[in-house]
Design a protein around this ligand. Structure first.
Ligand code: IPE
Ligand code: IPE
Ligand code: MG
Length: 252
């Protein structure tokens, strides 16, 4: 029973996969070796999420600011993304995972855009977990785009400004229709959001670990889930109210 109002299992987990470069540096390897090693942790976090029964996993793979990195690193990251998309689809299908890429894909090469579309199509019949990869994503980009769309609808006469409420905004964001992330994980020791989920993190539980992303294995993930399971989510209510109703306080 949920009489203590504790959170239990997150429906939606969002992860900033950070620390690849430092992981490589520690081993006197080029930064790219860290990104490559990080693919293994992507695989394991997907499979562990499926095993635990998480409904949505969102992974931050490339931010709208990561273009500022040395051109060589950016281009190696794009190559890795291409290869991983192609290689991992089979495994995703086996796990009944539907893949969706969020972010401004128009900045990617035509070839990469095609590969993304293909990987999404290949898994669109899967009805288990949803895996969202945020690539060229930024929380501000998402909110800006949503605002522009709403403004266009107002300008076209299809929407009155009074109709713009929280749900109208949420419906225009990349995460439309999904539960907000319950658990946010950032590996690599930094304690910041780095323009990842902004609107959606209003009541997300935040978990930071010093573990570098390539070392983030099943046990490390379990620790994060244990942290979450012990949270009492109040959403503005009192702890007593949450305990009385036995609810996790989630609105709606
Ligand atoms: C995260 O690891 C991967 C991307 C941002 C693409 P980093 O590359 O940021 O690794 P650190 O933070 O330099 O160690
Ligand atoms: C955030 O990591 C982006 C991704 C993991 C994709 P960064 O390494 O880019 O973040 P900052 O620059 O340290 O904040
Ligand atoms: Mg980093």
């Amino acid at each position: 029973m949920e009489g203590d109002g504790l959170a239990r299992l997150p429906r939606h987990v969002a992860i900033i996969m950070d620390g690849n470069g430092r992981w490589a540096k520690q081993r006197e390897l080029p930064r790219h070796a860290g990104h490559k090693a990080g693919v293994g942790s992507v695989r394991s976090s997907v499979e562990e999420s499926v095993r635990h029964g998480v409904e949505v996993l969102t992974l931050f793979a490339f931010s709208s600011e990561n273009w500022k990195r040395p051109q060589k690193e950016v281009s190696l990251l794009m190559d890795l993304f291409m290869v991983a998309l192609q290689r991992e689809v089979k495994r995703l299908k086996r796990n009944n995972v539907r893949l969706r890429i969020i972010g401004d894909r128009s900045a990617f090469s035509d070839k990469l855009q095609q590969r993304i579309a293909q990987a999404e199509t290949d898994t669109d019949q899967c009805n288990g977990m949803l895996l969202q990869i945020a690539a060229n994503y930024g929380g501000r980009w998402d909110i800006t785009r949503a605002t522009r769309r709403l403004a266009e609808r107002v300008a076209a006469g299809g929407l009155h400004p009074d109709q713009i409420d929280e749900s109208a905004i949420a419906a225009e964001l990349s995460f439309a229709g999904l539960p907000d992330p319950d658990l946010f994980i950032r590996t690599g020791g930094e304690q910041r959001i780095s323009n990842f989920i902004l609107w959606q993190c209003a009541y997300t539980e935040l978990y930071f670990t010093d573990t570098y992303w390539p070392d983030f294995d099943a046990d490390a993930y379990s620790e994060a889930l244990d942290f979450y399971a012990g949270r009492q989510r109040r959403f503005g209510m009192t702890g007593e109210q949450v305990e009385e109703t036995g609810s996790t306080g989630r609105p709606g």
